[in-house]
Design a protein around this ligand. Structure first.
Ligand SMILES: NC(=O)c1ccc[n+]([C@@H]2O[C@H](COP(=O)([O-])OP(=O)(O)OC[C@H]3O[C@@H](n4cnc5c(N)ncnc54)[C@H](O)[C@@H]3O)[C@@H](O)[C@H]2O)c1
Length: 597
């Protein structure tokens, strides 16, 4: 959990920006102005002891030079002297953001990788949510690029599937190591492009590293059982084979980790991967793929084993409809996920769905409030409410309701709002302007449905997509807005009397992702884990709803889609199972003793 004690120290709201993606041809800049503010923000943002993605800045930093001056002076000459670099309205062209070059990013970036880089589709510019500055441009995949990439990925699979699993694991190990080397700079890009705070950006890359380690071990362990055959002279075994090509569509809010969960496991299972990230985080997709591509190419493995097709709904739909996509792993909203699931089902394909959540924390009268307050703060306010596992409903036993609300409001007041890359910041912007509108709309609906805003509820007065983390009380457990996943930091606080009713309320929403109770009652804990307890995929006790470890299977039930990723036996979803019976005798006994003569 990220420095919650620090969270409670003091509040310093300041600075900000917005985020969107615009479609344009590559010629011409993006927005003008803002260079100074972005520059000042970055300079302010990075106390050297805590954070230093551009490694070149350090030595002068230590001599007491200003970070801005140091980053300019230590730039490679070719960047500093290029007039367009000095003039660029794109962050990537500005000295302060020279560290983006460490990830191989340029003003214009190809968004298709299938062994070589290309792309002939629309150009998108991605924007930093915290300062509304354009970062760089990515040329996305056209449908022709998509077609070519699928063919290359299928060809690459033939090579990859022949490599023994432990050797595939060795490649994944190297990918993990390559990510380790870039962890700070890649985490910084996540912070810059998605808007989550720096430690969470780095944490996401760490999650990918962790799942690589996990997958390396798994590459020597996956396999099926030998089962006792009822027929003499027969062997009954399970053989697991890769499905082939795994399409991976990911959401904006975890632009690194979700791809990591999927690709590391899919790869050791012997699959090729084809990735489409969210258009608003295209640069992160490109940067991650560059790291992977180098490992593959250094090992003389076809790069198309890990293909990338940047794009929007057009490419996503093509993937969903495409029978060559042997498994389609989709992470995103329930609304889009349902369309995708139906398209895949139409062709009897396989899908793995990780969709929306509406997660609850239940606090009983015997709970340790020293755990409850920081847990709720992290789960509801962390990532500005933009995690699939964000706590959106807080059920409080009536005897402690007022006390917890008061304590929580005090904790909210101390959350430090700021630029996400500032190490002191705990709370950054929403990802897009549309998200701000959805936030305001949800607050309005909550009021109309009988709720009272006891904290927040407004847009923060600074340039960007910042909204106040918000607490609403007084709503009915089944008010329509309480049953809606609004991807913003709004917490609905609800009162309950009895265990039975609150377990039912936990389960009455359509989504079934994550859930937590806070109690010291052992019997209640086991009832919560049991058949009449939580119906979610993630069922916690005395910890927040968010912040899952990679070792367990991650996913949820009902409208969350039923998929499982990452640890435990999730690997099985990336493979097909054959039940094999081998007769090594000279007789032909039939099962169930049937005589057919
Ligand atoms: N359960 C999980 O593990 C998990 C993890 C992260 C996010 N989410 C969910 O994701 C949502 C937020 O992410 P988002 O706003 O990026 O979701 P989204 O559904 O808008 O987009 C997800 C992805 O789908 C693509 N897409 C859009 N239209 C498509 C179409 N017609 N066919 C195929 N692909 C299409 C997008 O370009 C993007 O890559 C929330 O609901 C959140 O709960 C779930």
């Amino acid at each position: 959990m990220i420095g919650l004690k620090r969270a409670l120290k003091g509040s310093r709201p300041q600075g900000g920006g917005g985020c969107r993606v615009s479609h344009r041809r590559p010629a011409g800049g993006a927005t003008t102005g803002g260079y100074q503010s972005a520059r000042a923000a970055w300079g302010r943002a990075r106390p050297p002891s805590r954070r230093r993605p551009p490694s070149c800045v350090r030595p002068l930093d230590m001599l007491g030079w200003s970070r801005a001056a140091a980053s300019v002076l230590l730039l490679p000459r070719r960047v500093w002297w290029r007039p367009e670099a000095a003039m660029s309205s794109l962050l990537v062209g500005q000295p302060k953001y020279a560290w983006l070059r460490e990830l191989g990013l340029q003003e214009d970036n190809p968004g298709v990788y299938n062994g070589s880089w290309g792309g002939g589709g629309q150009v998108v510019t991605t924007y930093c949510p915290a300062n509304n500055e354009p970062i760089a441009r990515v040329r996305q995949a056209s449908l022709e690029d998509y077609e070519e990439t699928v063919k290359k990925a299928k060809e690459a699979w033939k090579v990859w599937a022949d490599i023994p699993a432990p050797k595939r694991g060795e490649i994944v190990r190297q990918i993990g190591d390559a990510l380790r080397q870039k962890i700070k700079v890649l985490g910084s890009l996540v912070s810059l492009e998605m808007g989550k705070i720096y430690v969470e950006g780095v944490g996401e890359v760490q999650e990918y590293v962790d799942v690589c380690d996990y997958a390396v071990g798994l590459s020597r362990m996956i396999g099926g059982p030998i089962l006792p055959s009822e027929r003499s002279g027969h062997a009954l075994i399970e053989q697991w084979n890769p499905v082939g090509l795994v399409g991976i569509i990911t959401a904006f809010n975890f632009p690194v980790a979700v791809y990591g969960w999927n690709s590391a496991i899919a790869m050791i299972c012997g699959n090729a991967c084809l990735w489409k990230g969210a258009p608003t985080t295209s640069l992160t997709s490109v940067a991650v793929t560059k790291i992977i591509a180098k490992v593959l190419e250094d090992n003389k493995i076809p790069g198309a084993v890990c293909s990338l097709v940047c794009g929007g709904a057009d490419i996503g739909t093509a993937m969903a409809r495409d029978g060559r996509m042997d498994l389609l792993s989709f992470t995103g909203s329930t609304e889009v996920g349902k369309q995708v699931a139906l398209m895949v089902q139409e062709r009897f394909g396989r899908s793995l769905l990780e969709l929306g959540g509406n997660n609850a924390i239940i606090v009983f009268e015997d709970a340790d409030l020293n755990l409850v307050i920081p847990s709720t703060l992290f789960a509801a306010v962390g990532t500005a409410g933009q995690r699939c596992t964000t706590a959106r409903r807080l059920f409080l036993h009536e005897s402690i309701h007022d006390e917890v609300v008061e304590k929580l409001a005090k904790a909210y007041a101390q959350v430090r709002v700021g630029d996400p890359w500032d190490p002191d910041t705990l709370y950054g912007p929403l990802h897009t302007k549309e998200a701000v509108k959805m936030f305001l709309d949800a607050v309005q609906q909550a009021k109309q449905q009988g709720g009272s805003v006891v904290y927040g509820g407004k847009v923060i007065n600074r340039p960007g997509n910042y909204v106040e983390p918000t607490i609403v009380t007084g709503l009915a457990h089944n008010a329509p807005i309480v049953h809606t996943e609004t991807f913003a930091p709004i917490l609905y606080v609800l009162k309950f009397k009895e265990e039975e009713e609150v377990f039912a309320w936990n389960n009455e929403v359509k989504q079934g992702l994550s859930s937590s109770i806070f109690t010291r009652d052992l019997g209640r804990i086991f009832r919560w884990l049991g058949p009449k307890g939580s119906d979610c995929g993630i069922v916690n006790v005395n910890i927040p709803t968010s912040g899952a470890e990679i070792g367990g299977a991650f996913g949820g039930e009902k409208h969350t889609g039923g998929g499982r990723e990452s640890g435990s036996d999730s690997w099985k979803l990336y493979m097909r199972r054959s039940t094999c019976t081998i007769n090594y005798s000279k007789d032909l006994p039939l099962a169930q003793g049937i005589k057919f003569q």
